[in-house]
Design a protein around this ligand. Sequence first.
Ligand code: FAD
Length: 320
Amino acid sequence: MSVLVFLEHHEGQLQKGSLGVLSKAAGLGAGGVSGVILGSAIEGLEAEAGRYGAAIVYVADDEKLAAPLPQPRVDAIAQLVEEQGIETVLFAQSILSADLAAGLAARLDAGLNWQLVDIVAQDGGLVGKQSALGDSVLVDVGWTSTPRLGLFRAGVFDPVEMRAAGAMETFEVRFNEHSLLAEMLEQAHEEPSGPSIEDANVIVAGGRGLGAPEGFGMVEELAKALGGAVGATRAVVDAGWYPYAAQVGQTGKSVSPALYVACGISGAIQHKVGMQGSKVIVAVNKDPNAPIFEFADLGVVGDVHQIVPKLTELLRARTL
Ligand SMILES: Cc1cc2nc3c(=O)[nH]c(=O)nc-3n(C[C@H](O)[C@H](O)[C@H](O)COP(=O)(O)OP(=O)(O)OC[C@H]3O[C@@H](n4cnc5c(N)ncnc54)[C@H](O)[C@@H]3O)c2cc1C
């Protein structure tokens, strides 16, 4: 059963999420696990892939792969799948991987399971685990044909060093004309504003109770008034409301500020483990039975849309 892992890299570094998926795939005992690295001027990355379990690392080094665009990568991986008889292609969640996996599913007419949190080898095949019903249960998901495509949630596996052969095989991609039509005009890095959540003394975090991505506006205002940083739950990060860098919890960051203000956050155990070290926890939630009130030092039962702006206003009035 041949498994290929897409190894994403930026600024000369293989991404931790991809290496985690590679380690997981190598530990499945499902046969030869290979990795694929696509880009331009990418010498040396294959050795690192070997350290995390890739028996073979396919490398296409081509200027047409320099920009992190999905379509030329669809050509490259589709070609490998066909030429090498690959049965499974796995990806770690990222914007590029999600675009690429979707494009590949369309190109190969293949089934794609996404938001996977685990995968096991079973009865000669593979079974994915997907969390459902607000992360309260895990369900088994499968594939009815090959190639199987799987996209894992961010951060579900840690990279584990396990030296494999790491033999490099280079290949030339045959690009489709239409795959090269998109052009990357500019890439900009997000400018950090205020302290990072790892360093902040105060964190104001938002959850699904904010109702919409725009709800983070008032969370940012409160964080600014307190000189703090903004945190988020995984539910809102997965929904694309706020960047992953702000995620607090089991698969995000562990923080221990002097003050943690949780706005519209239920207090699930996976969130709690990342913030329970905070000195003072304040929770605003409209449900008096929300689990967060079991471990908050101060609880406000109410609507975030009324309480949070009011709090900011009072703080600003005090500091004037
Ligand atoms: C393997 C695994 C790892 C995970 N890792 C993480 C992790 O790292 N971090 C993390 O956060 N989660 C993690 N989770 C997910 C976790 O289980 C919860 O699903 C998630 O924390 C819930 O986020 P939430 O509190 O924003 O949403 P919900 O649970 O939906 O809670 C929303 C809350 O908002 C309240 N509310 C609604 N409207 C309002 C309003 N107008 N005003 C005030 N309150 C309101 C509701 O009463 C509710 O309590 C993980 C899950 C799994 C299975």
